[in-house]
Design a protein around this ligand. Sequence first.
Ligand code: CP
Length: 337
Amino acid sequence: MNFTGSNILSVNQFDRDSIDYIFSVADKMQPYARRRTRTRVLDGAILGNLFFEPSTRTRVSFGTAFNLLGGEVRETTGMESSAIAKGESLYDTARVLSSYSDVIAMRHPKSGSVREFAEGSRVPVINGGDGANEHPTQALLDLYTIQKELAYHQQSIDNMHICMIGDLKYGRTVHSLSTLLSMYKNIKFTLISPRELSMPGSVLDTLENAGHRVNVTEKVDGIVDADIVYQTRIQQERFASPEDADQYRGKFRLNQDIYTKHYKPNTVIMHPLPRDSRAEANELDNDLNQNPNLAIFRQADNGVLIRMALFALTLGVVDQVDKHQCEVNWYSEKSQQ
Ligand code: CP
């Protein structure tokens, strides 16, 4: 895949070679993300960071990644503070904002909206999540994390067993991650959700057509020999009302006691975050925070590396990052880690 000048809209754009290449670039970003050194390779470049739906990790890590490469960030957050609230089309917004930016990251509550926006943009557009459809950069960082966590236990993605749990209907991260995983070999998928919130048929078809073993269930028994457990939140914002979402909250909780009794040692626990820590949901209890197999914060950290890699690739500067190095002059705890 030729990344320079390309949009990143869907995981369907990638194959295993392009994924491996992104991950190799992400690895090279470690010293910059850790503040051991810095680079000004994107000095003068501007990221338009447009988030029309709430976000902490994706929005801030896109901005951080761009800043770490030496570029500047302009943000719009919330539909109400944008001219879209006055009826402006996504096409017009894209035409205008793309002349203010060199690359745009965008999140929007409607499926397909980021692709529609990209049609009006004259600069690369990166999908930061479009409704219940896709979240390709999250899927890349999830896959990168899975690879690292399994490698630590001398395992590989091929032949692993992954359990995805929770709201698999509206959770866009599990759609994109499943599609990426379909490119690997002989994976066992256990997909645990209430029947009404099960994985869309199109994703199941992708997995089955690629020859993977798929078990769709409402029971948690199948978790016992999982290598990766990927918890998700009930996506309240996609339901007709909070009361509709309430009926599914708290059905699949995980805490240290359950982990100790029912999981095999070293099962890696993942979650795209935010986890819903309210008592009625609490899908990942805080008592897991000291569990070394809880990978959720390493997962979020990896988001910066993956997004740095995607910016370096789409803006065509991968080979120049190290040439624009400079010293870190301030005390940084990160560089001591
Ligand atoms: N994982 C994720 O998309 O988190 P945010 O909603 O905080 O961006």
